[in-house]
Design a protein around this ligand. Sequence first.
Ligand code: UDP
Length: 305
Amino acid sequence: MIGELWCWFFQFLCLNLQVDLRDKPALENVFAETKFDAVIHFAGLKAVGESMQKPLLYFNNNLIGTITLLEVMAAHGCKQLVFSSSATVYGWPKEVPCTEEFPLSAANPYGRTKLFIEEICRDIYSSDSEWKIILLRYFNPVGAHPSGYIGEDPRGIPNNLMPYVQQVAVGRRPHLTVFGTDYPTKDGTGVRDYIHVVDLADGHIAALRKLSEANIGCEVYNLGTGKGTSVLEMVAAFEKASGKKIPLVMADRRPGDAETVYAATEKAERELSWKANYGVDEMCRDQWKWASKNPYGYGSPDGTN
Ligand code: UDP
């Protein structure tokens, strides 16, 4: 199971350490050896379908990992955190764009872990105002590093749209199944707010800068572009960027999917001085660069590495 876990922090990478966040003694050692000013906590399992099959795995990994991390941080006087939350906490929004004040809900165990962690963070701050916490609600991160050397490489069949499209483009899968063509949207397919991973990364730097201000408390920010793009629009943009045809099979809606979700971006612009710079053409360009250089991601066609 450890192999499945994504349990490291950004800073640990610099130290070349890999630690399961639930392993408190190991985490204690890391904090005893190095003084951290802040932690960016990205670690967590993230597949919605898997979370419905294995809820305890998700609660154990995501919640216990986070609670252990927060305990160890507090014990070592490190009380500044940036946490990867998700637009999934808006559930099925009644209207768009989603502002940070919208009511919160969760549609599956994965989403519940994000929601619970947000609530835990708010409670921690209420109990101890020395904490400074920024919760970043990611919309739909896509694309890859513009170098073409760093990109997403999901295990097994991709759940998300763009990794799937990418695998069709390189010939690993015969077609994309479009989930739902009868939504009340511009072309009947689901609409999401896709954000370039480089913009998303910049959002974290902006959040770290914000942590240096006094009395920020526990604050939440959307990281999105504020623009909604349909499944068919994303496919067309990827076809244009790659020159590849993506065969489509139209299918029923995927259970649990919302029709339209996109972000209100004003709060992040105003308070973090951060704004997404890239549009879907750049997202697809960079994702295709990564895919064409690395059609099997970090592995090989026969799966031996
Ligand atoms: N989608 C699709 N085929 C796929 C994967 C996703 O049509 O193989 C659609 C999905 O129904 C949604 C959009 O693409 O409208 C984005 O889905 P994704 O899973 O990437 O993100 P999420 O739904 O979690 O926002």
